[in-house]
Write a protein of this length. Structure first.
Length: 97
């Protein structure tokens, strides 16, 4: 995600974890929830826009829970840099159609 000349990265897992496949949907676990989030499930404030912070919260929660419950492993998506300022978390990354 490009924000005001700086790059933010939403990564599938921490550096010490394995990013999991989600065979039943033919995607990686991270990709599956990233796409669902961008299609509208991450729009927590229901304003028709997916903001970076909303998307990150949705993906982190969904991936972590699914990996733990169904795959019996840890997978925690991360937003880098870790000191991303709150105003940058409000930047829209997708519009719901």
């Amino acid at each position: 995600m490009l924000i005001s000349g700086k790059i933010n990265v939403l990564a599938a897992s921490t550096g010490s974890q394995i990013s999991s496949d989600y065979d039943s949907v033919k995607h990686g676990l991270f990709t599956y929830f990233l796409l669902r989030g961008m299609r509208g499930e991450a729009d927590k404030n229901e304003n028709g826009m997916i903001e970076l912070g909303e998307l990150y919260d949705y993906v982190k929660t969904s991936v972590s829970e699914k990996a733990s419950l169904e795959l019996n492993r840890d997978q925690t998506p991360v937003l880098l840099p870790s000191d991303t300022h709150k105003e940058k978390l409000k930047v829209p990354v997708a519009k719901i159609r």
